[in-house]
Write a protein that binds this ligand. Structure first.
Ligand code: SF4
Length: 237
């Protein structure tokens, strides 16, 4: 079923080309299809994954754009930036003091790795994931986003949209842990690295546009125009 849902979503929304990197000329995110990531792009994706915690990509994008415009999407320059200044640059991402501290924590780890992704890239997946999770402020969703989108590791990223869409579909339980949902996809989804990349992005698009939260502002899931209608058990919480 997860494979059929993926096919339907891909047909409906088309390839999403995550993870975006900033285009400084336009100030907008650039989505692309090829898998190759330069070291600079990998570093930018890791920063973006931290900045995107608990906020929309639009807010994270503004902060990233500011950092990039200041020439700070570069490990050594960012390390030398006083933390107060860093907070100021990333204000639009919300929780900016906390995020500045998390970025500093990530930089401490990154410097211990030689200020490059070469060493992490050579590590076995479980060990590398443990390493990332040991950084204060990096939780499973952020760690897995870095692993999948920066380092091209085959690992499924779970977020609130994944939980909502697939619990409504009746394929996972509402109370499932992050790890249990991730194991579900690892077990049943047949895709490779490119499909893992696309699936998470497609679920985000679907959760934002169609399988929306029901709330008091009159938003509700648009089941009548849903591309997976017929595959979904519609188990609303
Ligand atoms: S049919 Fe409704 S509940 Fe099911 S995935 Fe689509 S929008 Fe969500």
């Amino acid at each position: 079923m997860v494979n059929r849902i993926f096919d339907r979503m891909l047909d409906y929304y088309g390839p999403q080309g995550w993870w975006p990197v900033m285009n400084l000329n336009t100030g907008e995110s650039l989505y692309k299809r090829e898998r190759y990531r330069s070291p600079g792009e990998m570093f930018e994706i890791a920063l973006g994954a931290i900045l995107a915690q608990n906020v929309s990509w639009k807010n994270a994008e503004k902060a990233l754009c500011r950092l990039k415009a200041e020439g700070m999407v570069e490990p050594d320059r960012l390390w030398r930036l006083p933390v107060g200044k860093l907070s100021e640059f990333i204000k639009s991402s919300g929780y900016y003091n906390q995020k500045a501290a998390k970025i500093r924590n990530f930089l401490v780890w990154f410097r211990a790795m030689g200020n490059s992704f070469e060493k992490p890239d050579a590590m076995e997946l479980d060990l590398l994931r443990k390493e990332l999770l040991s950084i204060r402020g990096i939780g499973p969703e952020t760690a897995d986003s870095i692993l999948l989108y920066a380092l091209s590791r085959k690992i499924f990223v779970v977020d609130a949209y994944t939980r909502r869409v697939f619990s409504r579909a009746g394929l996972i339980g509402y109370g499932y842990s992050y790890e249990k949902i991730q194991s579900f996809f690892h077990e049943y989804f047949n895709g490779g690295i490119n499909e893992y990349n696309e699936y998470h992005a497609l679920i985000v698009a679907h959760g934002k546009e169609v399988c929306r939260k029901s709330d008091t502002r009159g938003r509700y899931p648009a089941c009548q125009s849903c591309c997976i209608e017929g595959l979904c058990g519609k188990k609303m919480s």
